[in-house]
Design a protein around this ligand. Structure first.
Ligand code: PLP
Length: 344
């Protein structure tokens, strides 16, 4: 069966154009910095985000870890959202591998960390305390609903960072979704940040890879740490070739995914037994099952699958549906029909 797969935007397979570019990519040994396709990708990513340099990394998780390790020493502290991917979904890498102490701050429902909460989380100089080095934001914020942080808010956090001699890292796995949702150039969105990670492998459709972006000095340190972690890759231009197409062809179309997410949201509102979150800001539709629904989330996943649609639950009574390049209007319709039938 041809499935409509809404489990995540990570399921996006490469396009025929990407496969062609991968097959014909000019490559070299990237540990020698000899791979022209990787070099072109890194140049382009840095340019698009308005930073000096960038580094191709195997995953977003490694990109975030490299940022944490580059900004912080062992025993230092990083302020992170309590619903952030770094804090919740990266296997505790910052503490396990970096000896970095996370200082979780509550994520507000709009995805922000309250400015006063950030200020209060910064440690005062005291023999008892860790040393705060870093603030991490996430844009779009996944767990809060794929919500978008504004450039004004990010500026305010940047000011707090500068006034306290801290660095600011943005986990921008979906920063181009944020840029599309706000209709603001991604450069402006990340201007206050010292470093940014974004994923090529999600809404941008590439099969593998993320970019870490920042100053030349920062990227030099991150490249060294990437080698230490075993992330120094060789003829990896075969992957970077797809990433270049992500940047050239995929960043401009994300609004279509957001429009389809809003259509899904509107349609699911009409289905009995579902309580929808607010209209999606980007490509994620979150909703809960009402008590009247006797099926479990697992049973619903199984039933929906019989109608050719793959979905995943996000909690004991919660779902997240994610739109992407391979979800078209027919797929949206099929999904709405599947939910209507299963929850009839
Ligand atoms: C997916 C994701 C990451 C990590 O990316 P991987 O490539 O899956 O390791 C980091 N942050 C956020 C917000 C993500 O959604």
């Amino acid at each position: 069966m041809e499935y409509t797969d809404l489990r995540s935007d990570t399921v996006t397979k490469p396009t025929p154009e990407m496969l062609e570019a991968m097959a014909t990519a000019e490559v070299g040994d990237d540990v020698y910095m000899d791979d022209p396709t990787v070099n072109a990708l890194q140049l382009k990513a840095a340019e698009m985000l308005g930073k000096e340099d960038s580094l191709f990394v195997p995953s977003g998780t490694m990109g975030n870890l490299l940022a944490l390790l580059s900004h912080c020493q062992r025993g230092d502290e990083a302020i992170v959202g309590d619903c952030s991917h770094i804090y919740v979904n990266e296997a505790g890498g910052m503490s396990a591998l970096g000896g970095i102490h996370p200082h979780p701050v509550k994520n507000q429902t709009d995805g922000t960390l309250a400015l006063d909460d950030i200020r209060n989380a910064i440690q005062t100089e005291d023999v008892h305390h860790t040393i705060t080095r870093l603030i991490c934001l996430e844009n779009t914020q996944n767990i809060c609903g794929g919500v978008v942080l504004s450039p004004e808010y990010t500026q305010e956090v940047g000011k707090i960072a500068r006034n306290n001699n801290l660095s600011l890292h943005i986990d921008g796995a979906r920063i181009f979704n944020a840029s599309a949702a706000l209709n603001v150039d991604v450069k402006e969105l990340v201007a206050p940040a010292d470093s940014v990670m974004f994923c090529l492998s999600k809404g941008l459709v590439a099969p593998v890879g993320s970019m870490l972006v920042g100053s030349q000095k920062f990227i030099k340190r991150a490249r060294h740490l990437r080698k230490m972690l075993g992330g120094g890759m060789r003829q990896v231009g075969v992957l970077a070739a797809a990433g270049l197409i992500s940047l050239e062809k995929m960043t401009g179309r994300l609004g279509q995914d957001h429009a389809r997410a809003r259509i899904l949201h509107e349609g699911l509102k009409q289905v009995r037994g579902l309580k929808l979150d607010a209209s999606p800001a980007s490509n994620m539709v979150y909703f809960d099952l009402l008590d009247e629904v006797k099926l479990s989330v697992n049973q619903i996943v199984d039933e929906i699958k019989k109608h050719g649609v793959l979905v995943d639950w996000a909690g004991p009574r919660r779902f997240r549906l994610v739109t992407h390049y391979w979800v078209d209007d027919v797929g949206v319709k099929k999904t709405l029909e599947a939910f209507a039938k299963v929850l009839r």
